[in-house]
Design a binder for this molecule. Structure first.
Ligand code: PMP
Length: 354
């Protein structure tokens, strides 16, 4: 090892799902939305004035903060915007998880949490989900340096009742509780309604899933004014211009088209429910997903084998070689046509094994 290497901040990075170049694959591996963003975004792209790009963007991200605040009927002071919810959560870890006590999150959850904790040297303790993959709320009633969990959880898709979420927030007045609602629009009840009641609650959401804009990288947090101020202080101490001008504009266009958003979400929910019935018929079981993916295991065929067979067929799903979940496939809900192709292939494959 070179002398300077002892002082390098060494990290084991998060591994995102594959983004294959091949155009004719069916891509059900990273929970993207199969439908395009709102036509209003297309219009905003056409109206973009390239000359304006010589200027720095608004460091306060004012227009997007204001559009999000209007949408959720909160004050602008309650909204923080960042470059995808990954950026918002990383910034929040840096800002709020700053004690010697361990932060708590589930053992089966979004696999970026332990990466950020390791990188920022934040101690953490994972809390096992129960045998049905539900959160055990009592595990979060002990001393801690902060709490984070997704609701619905990933990769299980399971939603916890808002009363469970509220109890966790209520029992932890001394630490910040972050609820990662990346998938909440597909059937969950948001904790945003609780921000005026609890000053220790930060709700994080994203444009990457329900708003079909993963490529634009827009995420946001909603919470008490004080929390948002602390987050902005850290952001401005890091980089004043996190959001680029185009992302800000396209984000505003997207939020303003509520009808399109609702219609797209409805389509995905309908396809998810259809896919659940078909998968059940084929011998799969899964937690009852309220997200835009299904976390499924087959009664006889190992997940890894199905993952590889699907891949051969150019159908990409996600497989995690991790304790407790290495016999599951996480299948993103695509278009009706894509899901029909997935079901047709699985049906044939399973038949041939009999
Ligand atoms: N939270 C969860 C639970 C997720 O699954 C994802 C998507 N990988 C994110 C946050 C981050 O999404 P983005 O950065 O695209 O907003």
């Amino acid at each position: 090892m070179k002398a300077w290497e002892t002082n390098v901040r060494k990290v084991v990075p998060y591994v995102p799902g594959e983004q294959p170049k091949d155009k004719d694959i069916i891509k059900l591996n990273t929970n993207e939305n199969p439908y395009p963003p709102s036509p209003m975004v297309k219009k905003a792209i056409e109206e973009t004035n390239v000359d304006k790009l010589r200027l720095y963007p608004d460091p306060t991200i004012g227009s997007l903060v204001s559009a999000i605040a209007d949408y959720y009927e909160v004050k602008e002071e309650n909204v923080f915007v960042g470059v995808g919810s990954d950026d918002v959560i990383a910034m929040s870890f840096l800002t709020f998880f700053n004690s010697d006590k361990p932060i708590l999150f589930p053992d089966v959850t979004y696999s970026f949490y332990d990466v950020w904790a390791d990188m920022l040297k934040i101690p953490y303790e994972t809390q096992p989900l129960d045998e049905n993959f539900h959160l055990v709320k009592e595990d979060y009633f002990k001393e801690n340096g902060g709490i984070i969990f997704p609701n619905p959880n990933a990769p299980t898709g399971l939603l916890e009742d808002l009363s469970v979420v509220e109890e966790i927030i209520k029992r932890n007045p001394e630490s910040i509780v972050m609820v990662d609602e990346a998938y909440v629009d597909f059937g969950g009840e948001s904790a945003i309604s609780l921000i005026s009641k609890y000053d220790n609650l930060l709700v994080v959401q994203t444009f990457s899933k329900s708003r079909s804009m993963a490529g634009m990288r827009i995420g946001y947090a909603i919470g008490n004014e004080e929390l948002i101020k602390y987050l902005n202080d850290v952001k401005y101490s890091f980089n004043s211009y996190t959001m680029n001008e185009t992302a800000i504009r396209f984000g505003v266009a997207s939020v303003e088209d509520k009808a399109y958003f609702e219609e797209t979400v409805e389509k995905i929910i309908a396809t998810r429910e259809w896919t659940k019935k078909e998968l059940e018929r084929l011998g799969f079981s899964f937690p009852d997903s309220k997200a835009n993916f299904i976390f499924a295991t087959h009664e006889t065929i190992p997940a890894k084998e199905l993952f590889e067979a699907l891949r051969e067929e150019k159908i990409f799903v996600r497989y995690f070689k991790k304790p407790r979940i290495d016999n599951y496939l996480r299948i993103t809900v695509g278009t009706e046509e894509e899901m029909q192709k997935l079901v047709n292939f699985l049906e044939k494959y399973i038949q041939n094994k009999k």
